[in-house]
Design a protein. Structure first.
Length: 581
């Protein structure tokens, strides 16, 4: 299946990011394990299976907020679907498939009979690093950037009105949230795209939603809003006319804005949070301000462009991305990027009840032969028995190794083998995709898939484009399952990536666990190392405030005094003095 057709309405980079996010971020094994524990009533086990860490204790919640709040929280935890949260959580995109960093996602609020807004909140924190571990933290209590009660800052997504995103009791409402006239726009009941003829023949609420979306995608934004019954004012207010180069309608055309859904989304948010005005970010300068007018006649949605500080907008809540954005799953189905069987089971059953499973993203495929031009002929190379195999004798291989040792240029199969295990040079597109497959599974913490690919014959020595091997990505994986195998294979604990970091340096700088750091030290990893910025391990620990690695910092400073960057020590000392003052 082609990932996306040439006439795909999604930008190629965004389609690629969404496709990878759906396929690798929530593997089928995660869904199955988390579902098993959730249905058994083990909410903690379900969270662990989906890489979500709880940062509260129910007994402490009962003491602080009373038994009523604790009981409501316990009920929600039993029905929380952590793998579904991972499916819907905002993604970084822009070529990445990882979770958007530094975000807070509010799931539910718990009042004490005082009415709206509902506080405290059950909420999630996303990771601080794009390429670090992808685990989420589940918290209970105040939300850090809550200003006006019930109104959160730009880094918070409020899912209280969209419980179908995380609550097993409400997942069937997804169809109501994204559908129209009992069907899903642009798609048949089996999840396949409607043809142009079928789209033209339809005449119902679903067809009207399709026409609005098509107008939007064609850049006819004013017509799209009008067709959706939205009062749209594209003019910039007087104070904002100095914004140079801002084309309002072009900005909106580029957004995955689901115009037909805006009205219902605003009404749901109003009913849940009590607000009347909501913002959708268009760019770093401009926002859409949405509110309901003409209440006496049932209400009509109004949309206009404002600055965040515009009177009436400063106190407005932000409409969560899941409420205003076209559902990525539907975009990918419509563009042909994936079949409905690859959807999360709860999403698939809500949207396409007639489609038969099994559901969930597929696992890694078996290694496939790749053709390589070698000495004027076409050879096939393939991962098998832990190496990249080619049709060359040991004598030929030794001759090529000697040639490389003396500075000679190698080509063909041997050049591909060297690129594969060094992370430098060029690989054939099909082979590059297989290497990327391994590291995408690693990026999203899927140790089972990584082990399966190694069992299928992928070379343990393979490196990605940043010259990182499997030892470097251990902070993302279960090191207890993988590290002994890598050490037994003789992988170099002092191998350097593109930033001159060893596996231990990466573990320190990218939030590898203290247990992993100890395991690498026990295996013999050196501590007298610096990276491309001349930072030592001790300095990296201070930079990232790794209090859990105090034992390593003390060891480095005792065994290797003065190692590392002098400028960093000077800066760190000045910064500490400023904090004291």
């Amino acid at each position: 299946m082609s990932p996306w057709p040439k006439n795909c309405f999604l930008p190629t980079e965004e389609a690629s990011s969404l496709h990878k996010a759906r396929r690798y971020a929530v593997p089928r094994r995660m869904i199955e394990r988390a579902t098993e524990r959730r249905l058994a009533g083990d909410w903690r086990g379900a969270l662990a299976a989906a890489h979500v860490e709880p940062a509260f204790d129910l007994a402490e919640v009962a003491t602080a907020y009373g038994p009523v709040v604790a009981g409501a929280l316990a009920s929600d935890l039993r029905h929380l679907v952590p793998d579904l949260v991972h499916w819907h959580v905002p993604r970084a995109l822009g070529g990445r498939s990882t979770v958007a960093t530094g975000r807070t996602v509010v799931l539910a609020g718990y009042g004490n009979g005082s009415g709206l807004p509902l506080t405290p909140y059950l909420h999630l924190s996303t990771p601080p690093m794009f390429d670090g571990p992808q685990g989420l933290v589940l918290r209970f209590g105040a939300v850090p950037d809550e200003g006006t009660p019930g109104v959160f800052g730009a880094r918070t997504e409020d899912w209280r009105a969209e419980r179908w995103l995380w609550d097993a009791r409400h997942t069937a409402r997804l169809r109501e949230a994204v559908g129209a006239a009992g069907r899903i726009p642009f798609l048949r009941h089996d999840g396949t795209p409607l043809s142009s003829r079928e789209l033209a023949a339809a005449d119902d609420a679903g067809a009207r939603a399709e026409r609005v979306t098509l107008l939007h995608q064609e850049g006819r934004v004013s017509e799209a809003f009008a067709a959706a019954g939205v009062d749209w004012d594209p003019a910039l207010p007087e104070a904002q006319r100095s914004w140079r180069g801002l084309d309002v309608e072009e900005n909106i055309r580029r957004m995955a804005l689901d115009i037909p859904r805006l009205g219902p989304a605003v009404r749901r948010a109003t009913a849940t949070g009590g607000g009347e005005r909501f913002l959708v970010a268009m760019s770093w300068r401009a926002h859409l301000l949405l509110d309901i007018t003409e209440h006496s006649t049932g209400g009509r949605l109004r949309a206009r462009v404002v600055e965040r500080e515009t009177p009436g907008a400063a106190s407005a809540a932000r409409l969560p991305e899941a409420a205003w954005r076209r559902l990525p799953d539907l975009d990918l189905l419509r563009s042909g990027a994936m079949p409905p069987q690859w959807l999360h089971p709860l999403v698939a059953r809500a949207l396409f009840p007639a489609v038969e499973g099994p559901f969930g993203p597929p696992g890694p495929p078996a290694p496939r032969p790749v053709r390589v031009r070698c000495r004027g002929e076409w050879h096939e190379v393939v991962f098998r028995d832990g190496a990249l195999r080619s049709p060359h004798t040991d004598e030929e291989r030794q001759r090529e190794s000697a040639l490389r040792a003396f500075g000679g240029a190698v080509a063909g199969c041997f050049a591909v083998e060297h690129s594969c295990t060094s992370g430098t040079g060029r690989l054939p597109k099909a082979l590059r995709a297989q290497v990327r497959e391994l590291f995408l599974h690693a990026q999203h913490g899927d140790t089972t898939a990584v082990l399966a690919m190694l069992d299928a014959g992928v070379d343990l020595r393979v490196k990605d484009a940043r010259q990182r091997g499997l030892l470097h990505v251990l902070p993302l994986l279960d090191h207890e399952a993988l590290l002994p195998r890598l050490l037994e294979a003789g992988l170099d604990l002092e191998a350097r990536d593109h930033m001159e970091r060893t596996p231990l340096g990466v573990a320190v700088g990218e939030r590898g666990s203290a247990a992993l750091v100890r395991a690498l030290l026990d295996a013999g990893a050196r501590t007298d190392v610096t990276d491309a910025t001349e930072l030592s391990l001790s300095q990296t620990i201070r930079r990232y405030k790794r209090t859990d690695l105090a034992f390593l910092r003390e060891r480095v400073e005792a065994e290797h005094p003065g190692i590392g960057s002098a400028w960093y020590d000077k800066w760190f000392q000045e910064d500490a003095e400023d904090e004291e003052q």
